[in-house]
Design a binder for this molecule. Sequence first.
Ligand SMILES: [Zn+2]
Length: 281
Amino acid sequence: MLSVFFSDQVVAEFSIDSPSPRKPGLVVRDWIAHGLPVKIVTPDPVTEEDFALAHDRTHVRDILFLKKDNGFFTRDQVVADSLFHTTGAMVAAAIHAVQNRTFACAPVSGFHHAMYRSVGVYCTFNGLIVAAQTLKKRGLATRVGILDYDMHFGDGTEDIIETLRLDHVVHYTAGKDFRKPEQAEGFLRSIPEHLERMRGCNIILYQAGADPHIKDPLGGWLTTAQLRQRDRIVFTTARAMELPVAWDLAGGYQEESDGSIPALLEIHRNTALESIAALSS
Ligand SMILES: [Zn+2]
């Protein structure tokens, strides 16, 4: 059984050129419709204080009080309200995973381009760093790995680690090294090595991005089968290393003209299936 930290409040319904804010609800409904063994748990929202564990306090307030644009470059109250819940889901999944030495999912996205003092594309606050900081503050982890297999370089994560000199976070972002289809096999072979760098961490925060897909408008270099293989290697290796994993959806932008997202749903369903399979092995 995979615990999935979700409530309707993590979904922001507003008009934007990205499926990301709608994804959590669609993904969770898809898993239930396909009979996946998931347990839906309502996450507690984080607070302004929690965001300040990863960001400049004035920046946090300016975003929350709509004085500054969010990661979608709007000042929508709906987005501001959802931020507490999307990062809340990541934090709750991380706490659950580390406390129960298991895998858990936060079906959310929009973290890794968020910098210490500024937003990035589709990313307002960095829920990965908020989660890593919260685990440390609560004495649940002394070392946290961030394994970022989104298409894009996790520049926001890197910026905050450098700004706050976070020596308890081990960060690897594949967007720095891999971006072409001919690198796919080499990438898949190197996954155990990326995880090996995180040996001794109490938990891995895994960005299981769908945007490396070869047909993604902002991608892409991996096929659906290769993405699934990626996830299988991540979860079986983490299991063998006895590393808990909290994973999120990260990027993915394939959308049909009617707004449906069957390709993304398949990729994320595969990630869920691989995490469940590795848990029960
Ligand atoms: Zn991306």
